[in-house]
Design a protein around this ligand. Structure first.
Ligand code: BES
Ligand code: ZN
Ligand code: ZN
Length: 501
């Protein structure tokens, strides 16, 4: 998708559709509306008067202009009430526009940005977010369709009344495109069917991406995983014939002595549950159980393309979880890379096992902080549904930073407690800990489990994306399938840090 910004008059701007966002309140509507409407014989005024368009959030009304202005059509878009307007609405509205344009098959859209402003964002940041969201909105997954319908919008034209600050704004547009594409890259990986997204293929994707951006990527196989004594990761991998992979990607954009940020992603390319097998209903969705991994790869792609001045390491333990003849079993006791032992009570709680070894491995690399992303628990979906990821961790400051980045990026995150009380549920009679909590609070006991593999001094946060990694039913602003969640959040987190530190 191309996005450009030009100095142009709204009446003259040429294209297939002109987007006019309008609040419900009449007083809050832009001045240019009157100018356009006088040329259109007051059509928009009549539409509003008749109540066909009220400006309600996500409302859309299309009208042709019959050559009276440069654009062939106008798309009125409702913003809701101005006093209820929050940043989150922007992410969804751009999505709604994108989905709508797919239906109309328009190839381009013009968006006036004359008086664009929000109290909590600069114009540049807003343009970056708009660009990012238009790239997201144009996403579709049709690789496996014989007849590919490409209804996606090809060009967004921002029009402004002055060319002042164009060099800054163009940079922001480019950043937006990079972030949007990185998120779409993560969606592609997560949407891929499990026969076409094995640990081996995921590692190949990581290698290809790393080569493109000239960053370091190391991939280890089962023998090395075994030799390194990653007993928990190795055990999960045993039930599958497709060999496991440990992927480690290093991006050095910061100072040589600057400690790296480490991001870790759960890379279960298919989760059948193993011997504790899942019910067949919705088991297909478990192709998305590597969404944490795709977040890590997408983030590394974005950060290296933007050449951000930080050091970042991505770690992805990847395997299938299958009930093969050699599969690990309930009752097994595993020895982890850290030396701690785990009693397996349920082989479907496999994510925390592979993460345990990945977290301890991350600790060895002397990080400034560790954040892990995982579709870890069904309990997270019960607690938060589909509109927030859960965050738990051992340092309040880090959690606050992540929540803030969530607000800024549209990928919202909600905190859950990680009090000592919850740690008692994962104590084992026969090993150091067990891999299920057994009772309620499944997201919390899972995080408590992970906490066992983190040094007290290390800042660490765990983000459970079980409810946000994919969308089951198409929403007006986002189609069904993988969301790429975490990529925009992580890049925003890094951008916020670069701004303040
Ligand atoms: N990958 C699943 C979690 C999941 C379920 C993510 C549904 C998204 C939607 C994970 O490996 C799992 O099965 N967890 C179990 C843990 C339990 C056995 C303690 C769960 O949540 O049921
Ligand atoms: Zn599972
Ligand atoms: Zn899983």
């Amino acid at each position: 998708m191309r996005i450009k910004i030009i100095k142009e008059d709204i009446i003259k701007a040429k294209g297939e559709s002109l987007i006019i966002p309008l609040f419900e309140e009449k007083a809050k509507r832009p001045k240019f509306l009157k100018t356009i409407d006088s040329i259109l014989d007051n059509t928009i005024g009549k539409i509003i008067k008749k109540g066909y368009f009220k400006g309600k959030l996500h409302e859309i009304y299309l009208l042709p202009t019959y050559g009276k202005i440069g654009s062939e059509n106008i798309i009125l878009v409702g913003l809701g009430k101005e006093k209820e307007f929050i940043l989150q609405n922007i992410f969804q509205i751009v999505g709604t526009i994108g989905q709508y344009i797919k239906k109309t098959k328009f190839k381009n859209a013009i968006l006036p940005v004359y008086n664009l402003s929000l109290p909590f964002l600069s114009k540049g940041e807003l343009i970056r977010i708009l660009s990012q969201e238009f790239v997201s909105a144009a996403y579709s997954f049709n690789k496996y369709k014989s007849e590919k319908e490409d209804n996606n919008i090809k060009e967004i034209i921002f029009i402004n009344d002055t060319s002042r600050e164009f060099s800054t704004l163009k940079k922001e547009i480019n950043s937006g495109i990079v972030i949007g594409e990185s998120s779409n890259f993560a969606r592609d990986l997560s949407n891929a069917p499990p026969n076409e997204m094995t640990p081996l293929i995921l590692a190949k994707e990581a290698k290809m991406m790393s080569k493109k951006y000239k960053i370091n990527c190391r991939v280890l196989g089962p023998e090395q995983i075994k030799r390194m004594k990653m007993g928990a990761f190795y055990a999960v991998a045993k039930g599958s014939r497709n060999p496991a992979r440990l992927i480690v990607i290093k991006y050095n954009g910061g100072k040589v002595n600057q400690k790296p940020i480490i991001i870790i992603g759960k890379g279960i390319t298919f989760d059948s549950g193993g011997i504790s097998i899942k019910p067949s209903k919705d088991m297909d969705k478990m192709k998305h159980d590597m969404s944490g991994a795709s977040t890590v790869l997408g983030t590394l792609k974005g950060v290296s393309e933007l050449k951000l001045p930080i050091n970042l390491i991505g770690i992805v333990p990847s395997t299938e979880n299958l009930p093969g003849g050699n599969a690990y079993k309930p009752g097994d006791i595993l020895k982890t890379y850290s030396g701690k032992t785990i009693e397996v009570l349920n082989t479907d709680a496999e994510g925390r096992l592979i993460l345990a070894d990945a977290l301890s491995y991350g600790e060895k690399l002397k990080p400034s902080l560790i954040i892990d992303f995982a579709t870890l628990t069904g309990a997270c979906v019960v607690a938060l549904g589909y509109h927030a990821s859960a965050v738990l961790g051992n340092k309040k400051e880090l959690i606050d930073e992540i929540i803030q980045a969530g607000e800024n990026s549209g990928e919202r995150v909600w905190k859950m407690p990680l009090w000592k009380d919850y740690f008692t549920y994962i104590k084992s009679d026969v090993a150091d800990i067990k891999n299920t909590g057994g009772g309620g609070g499944g997201t919390i006991t899972a995080a408590a489990f992970l906490n066992n593999f983190i040094n007290e001094k290390t800042s660490w946060a765990h983000i459970d994306i079980a409810g946000t990694a994919w969308v089951e039913d198409t929403r007006p602003y986002v189609p069904k399938g993988a969301t790429g969640v975490g990529v925009k959040l992580m890049i925003q987190f890094i951008l916020n840090r670069l701004k303040t530190k």
